[in-house]
Design a protein around this ligand. Sequence first.
Ligand code: 3PG
Length: 400
Amino acid sequence: IDELLAEGVAGRRVFVRADLNVPLDGTTITDDGRIRAVLPTVKALAEAGAKVVVASHLGRPKGAPDPAFSLAPAAARLGELLGSAVAFATDTVGDSAQETVAGLADGQVAVIENLRFNAGETSKDDVERGAFADRLAQLADVYVGDGFGAVHRKHASVYDLPARLPHAAGFLIATEVGVLKKLTEDVKRPYVVALGGAKVSDKLAVIDELLGKADRLLIGGGMAYTFLKAKGYEIGTSLLQEDQIPAVQEYIERAEKTGVELVLPVDVVVAPAFPDLATKAPADATTVTADGIPADRMGLDIGPESRTLYASKITDAATVFWNGPMGVFEHPDFAEGTKAVAQALLDSPAFTVVGGGDSAAAVRLLGFDENAFGHISTGGGASLEYLEGKTLPGLAALED
Ligand code: 3PG
């Protein structure tokens, strides 16, 4: 983007592919981190006199307009953060988008409606995706890729559109890639990775990769129970991905052979049922040892001894990557594990990276100062796939 700004963008229509996929409660944005993350790029372009067209997906609508997934709240928030009115097009490539973009003055910003209201955006068919990219290309003279959270998607606005316009990477993508390179090239050791979240299946590829890279792997969240089951423990009614047990057993064996420290919870916080996140009513939570989960109880967080253990594994690290909450942090009875890991990252002198929408949102919702962490990535799947060593379509498209 520096080169683009030096070349001059005044009067040019610049398409910024952002990731404004923010969590919503109705039309209220509960965490605006992703909108704030793209501000430097949008501001720099607007200040340089560009007509800025911001585009993003939000959620997973089914290729047709769906008011529940409108980007209108994100557009309004972007306007508040910029301190100037942001125009909003009620479609993506139709009359509203064309008129809105045509009406932009130099230095003005518009947001077009959710890219995924169009089947062409996510189509697996190159021709259909290409046709949609052609229509998007008519809205702009230049493309800036800055939606780091979506660079792992081979979607029209991420992958096909940059091939049709002069293109550059925005400030956010440059920062994110710079940070993740520190984890993949010549990482400072001990390198500790804390992984949580619900499903082990989402993390298999990264665990596979990290078993050869990290010094310690701390496992929490819903996926920990598949590990405990694979070790032969009874896990009551806790989340289990039975089909993943063989893969997990192989990881446990491989960790032993390669000397990677694979750390599992030694105690867990359990309750009779999944808690009510709306009322946050007390959930009858108790702590049990990891090998003593009663048949009628569900594990929902790592316990106090595990918190101390995990913190001790983080404190003397040189590099820490954390992805995924340790428990159901949205409920106060099960937030302590996630808090403890976040606090350990802050207490450690290590270079710390928090990856993923959920953990980033958890950090902010639990009241931590996000600026105190080394880096909070806006990409969940994207940062994991980067660490897996995969080629990310949205980065490849910007490279040439
Ligand atoms: C994310 O939330 O990780 C990104 O916005 C990508 O969203 P997706 O998983 O729906 O493609």
